[in-house]
Design a protein around this ligand. Sequence first.
Ligand SMILES: C[S@@+](CC[C@H](N)C(=O)[O-])C[C@H]1O[C@@H](n2cnc3c(N)ncnc32)[C@H](O)[C@@H]1O
Length: 366
Amino acid sequence: MRIDIVTLFPEMFAGPFDASIVARARASGAVEVALHDPRAYTTDRHHVVDDYAYGGGPGMVMKPEPLFDCVDAVQAMDQPPGRVVLLTPQGRMLTHAVVRELAAEPRLVVICGHYEGVDERVRSALADDEISIGDYVLSGGEPAAIVLVDAAVRHQPGVLGSQASLEEESHAQGLLEYPQYTRPAEYRGLAVPEVLLSGDHAAVARWRRRQSIERTAARRPDLLARAALTAAERWLLAAAAGASREVSLAEVTVTTPDLERSVMFYAAILGDAGDRLSADRHEFRLQPLVLAIIRSKPERPPAVEADADDERMTFAVDDARAAQVRVRAAGALWVERRVHRRAGARSFFARDPDGNVLCFAEEEPP
Ligand SMILES: C[S@@+](CC[C@H](N)C(=O)[O-])C[C@H]1O[C@@H](n2cnc3c(N)ncnc32)[C@H](O)[C@@H]1O
């Protein structure tokens, strides 16, 4: 990838581009960065690059001619001419997705504004794209260009030691990254979570996933709507957030053809024998949740509707009829037409948009 930066202050890039990953990427040829001063493209004796704003007002505006001439000359230096990016606090936000998009370009020509900004014709007739690095105003586009180059360079093949770090980092999957620790295992009385020392890779992966989701929910709930979460993860999040006081998660059901084996498994995990309620149902009371293990019929045809044998999550509700209206309105795939009295509780079944079976019950879960 080639990045040309049009700047009145090329000296500002000396440190940031000569150290760490950007320097290594340049040395390896993964990215080529060139700096161009529009002052060199002025034709007057004093090399003037700015002028007063038409209509008055404070500050100077960067003139169009040096910028147009500079960009024209830079584009002619190599093929392809490249996408021209104007850095401006009025541009689209430089998010992870935008970085990926820009990093996939073979060439970028990045214009750094200064003073009160650039003549509007640069924006309308020279720039292909306008990028902002945040909702605040910098004195010039140079720090923004450094940010853009650093972020884009990380996406060039071979620049990071491991591709996995790119995929696991914050924002890569719409989530913030899990907490990271290194040695020592204990420092000033602060211990590294035991699971990370266990050597159990599956347990570490589960812990990290959970931390990542919980962190995102706590710090950046706005990201969750577009994050790649499973249906179960979304339900658990909603329950943890106490999504509604009228509705709370009451029961999780696991169906199994081998009830004894399953009960032994959960009893061992939970350290609790649980209660056998019938030949086909065993319950673990995990306040406020009930985990119910139910013997499934040996073979069941693929269900369209749902019935009492389905694996499901049960929600306690104040009013089943009101909940039915709400569940239907929320876009359920299927909602049972009537509310039934099952095991003493008025309840109905529904399928969420992914087809998972849910039960909404007024009193004790059926
Ligand atoms: C002082 S700013 C001009 C701001 C301009 N008067 C406005 O209100 O939109 C000078 C230059 O810094 C750069 N700049 C400032 N804030 C930026 C941001 N958040 N993202 C990207 N570039 C920025 C732009 O290149 C801009 O032309």
